[in-house]
Design a binder for this molecule. Structure first.
Ligand code: MRU
Length: 357
């Protein structure tokens, strides 16, 4: 079974697989303008750091396309406002701002030539490049991570614990953490993937299990609170997760619950790997606490599929948390090990079962 496709791209519209409805139904949402893409990102019809960036790039293109179709080349001020509106759709994943910056830069250069047809064609090509480039980064990252694992934690087969959804539904390719998992399966080196449910949005229970089940990859769903016991029973060889933003120091923002897993892994001396493309790196920030953390609506926690599960009490719904570098055994990008700024290189986890090369 081929991996799922989360968006379908056309010259004047983008079809977005509505991930809120998975795995029950495959419903496609049509985006014709940037505002539609903002809606889709904000309401999590699509999600996952690299995919948010890819969709925003197409949203940028679509809006410029529509303006040019009306017979005018937008001003640079218009393009900057467009970038800002896309950037505001979700605050934590830096891939979004990274992708819209590339689009704005391309537009800035193209505008000087004053050729409407060329602007449209080249912006479309730029968005497509961002998408295809991410697919390559995912593939390369998986190879780098496999080499790292085989060198530092040699096993016949691995039992991997992962969190959230980091696969084809979150990227332009095979995924970040899930990319490594797919590669392990291809090489006959995967014993089991344990997937945490990832309350409240259930990216693990709904999306990751679905991706893996379709491809006949061995998967076991666990409630988030079971991770500690699984580790205590020595049923996990390695924890592998993705990232939404990485600072110069190597602190990582990722789906809420990632930090807890890192603390547990450290306690049980289990290697904890983060896989992310370089587009997730934010060189302007040093420490994790500088990363803006999205807080989402209370209803996501108070109800489940429209069914109320709690009285209308106050809710705290941070969508991400920060895992400090000290809890991470290795951060692996498409270029190999991410060392962080040299000044912070001592701030990383080591465990007896894995030596840092
Ligand atoms: O809120 P989401 O579903 O967009 O969060 C996604 C994650 O936290 C992923 O782990 C992350 O984007 C990294 S892997 C693509």
């Amino acid at each position: 079974m081929k991996k799922v496709v989360p968006i379908k791209v056309f010259r004047h519209r983008l079809l977005i697989l509505d991930q809120r409805k998975l795995p029950q139904e495959m419903v496609w949402f049509e985006a014709q303008r940037a505002a539609d893409v903002v809606y889709a990102i904000r309401h999590m019809l699509l999600r996952g750091a690299p995919l948010i960036g890819i969709a925003a790039a197409y949203g940028f293109y679509l809006e410029i396309y529509h303006e040019i179709k009306k017979g005018r080349i937008p001003t640079l001020a218009f393009a900057k406002r467009l970038k800002q509106s896309l950037d505001k759709s979700r605050p934590t994943a830096i891939n979004l701002m990274w992708a819209t910056e590339l689009m704005l830069e391309a537009f800035r250069k193209l505008r000087e030539k004053n050729k409407p047809g060329e602007i449209v064609n080249q912006l479309f090509a730029q968005a497509k490049f961002i998408q295809e480039d991410d697919a390559q980064r995912c593939a390369q990252m998986a190879c780098e991570a496999l080499v790292y694992l085989e060198k530092n934690l040699p096993r016949q087969k691995y039992r991997v614990l992962t969190h959230c959804n980091t696969g084809a539904l979150a990227t332009g390719g095979i995924g970040t953490a899930l990319g490594l998992i797919r590669l392990l399966q291809q090489k006959g080196k995967l014993a089991m993937v344990y997937v945490g449910e990832t309350r409240p949005y259930l990216q693990g229970a709904r999306l990751t299990t679905w991706e893996l089940f379709r491809e006949k990859i061995p998967v076991t769903l666990v409630v988030d609170s079971m991770a500690a016991f699984l580790m205590q029973k020595a049923e996990v060889d390695v924890v592998v997760v993705g990232a939404d933003r990485i600072t110069r120091r190597g602190d990582v923002a990722n789906k809420i619950g990632t930090y807890s897993l890192s603390v547990l892994a450290k306690h049980h001396q289990i290697p904890f790997l983060v896989l992310a493309p370089e587009s997730t790196y934010d060189g302007r920030l040093t420490f994790g606490h500088e990363i803006p953390i999205e807080e989402r609506d209370a209803h996501e926690v108070l109800s489940f599929h429209g069914l109320k599960v709690s009285p209308p009490v106050k809710v705290k719904n941070y969508s991400f948390d920060i895992t400090p570098r000290e809890n991470i055994t290795a951060i692996i990008t498409e270029k190999g090990l991410f060392q962080g700024e040299p000044a912070f290189s001592s701030a990383r986890a080591t465990s007896p079962s894995i030596s840092i090369s």
